[in-house]
Design a protein around this ligand. Sequence first.
Ligand SMILES: Cc1ncc(COP(=O)(O)O)c(C=O)c1O
Length: 288
Amino acid sequence: MPGKVWIEGFVVDADAARVPVFDRGFLYGDSVYEVMRTFGGRPFALGEHLERLARSAALLEIALPDRALIEQATVAVMEASQEKEVYVRIVVTRGSGPIGLDPAFADAPRLVVMALPLKVPDSALYRDGVAVALVGARRSSLGAPGAVDPQAKSGNYLNSVLAVAEARRKSAYEAVLCDAVGRLAEGASSNIFVVRIGRLQTPPLSVGLLEGITRRHVIACARSLAIPVDEVALWPVDLQRADEAFLTSSVRGVMPVVRVDGAVVGEGQPGPITRRISDAYLADAQRG
Ligand SMILES: Cc1ncc(COP(=O)(O)O)c(C=O)c1O
């Protein structure tokens, strides 16, 4: 595994990085994380990712190491990787301790930062678009009793792992999850957008979804292009009958969607508004 990892104050080869088996990230997914990519060697929207990491940690009552340390570790591991463009993953677990769910058992938060060679999706996927599947797994809704707030980007992704397994069985690139009442929420690791009669539409945060950093930038790009944006409740039929659709995430950027559960979306190819937004987003990201 090429790449470098910052752990316990040292940068080591990715292959050599180890965490103890009693780390709660390993045992319970008791961790928060962020993923970003570099453009021109600089991590895009690092500040926004660090702010979201702090919000996630606060929601899960994980004490985050100092922001300055996280930034130093990120710079150190990126420099050591000597790659032109990297995938950066910052993970903070609650720490290690005796087995047991009580968070008080954790010793101290463990910070790990990975800088791995950036692997972006094949250009053919951007050119031709991808298929998504509406899956049975539900996104745990905001405010649902006992559910972890979807704004917390935690290491516990079991629901999404099973959602992706279902999507793969249906030969789809990404799973789209709905909330408990069947409204579209988001992709397993992406946000979802549709275009209807010249308007860009995406589910509001109140449905219960992660506020993607790419989502936020895409909304701003659309507005700067004078494309109206609605954050409105959407249903599967809105995706099936959309003129265009796309997914967003930090590594994928803007990924056109051309099929839902085997049925064609719009013209069955990436649409013009998707292209304009994607170009504007890339220009924004390349400017840094
Ligand atoms: C559940 C979920 N939603 C949305 C996203 C997209 O977020 P971002 O644009 O910040 O990468 C991710 C990214 O990993 C995610 O895991």
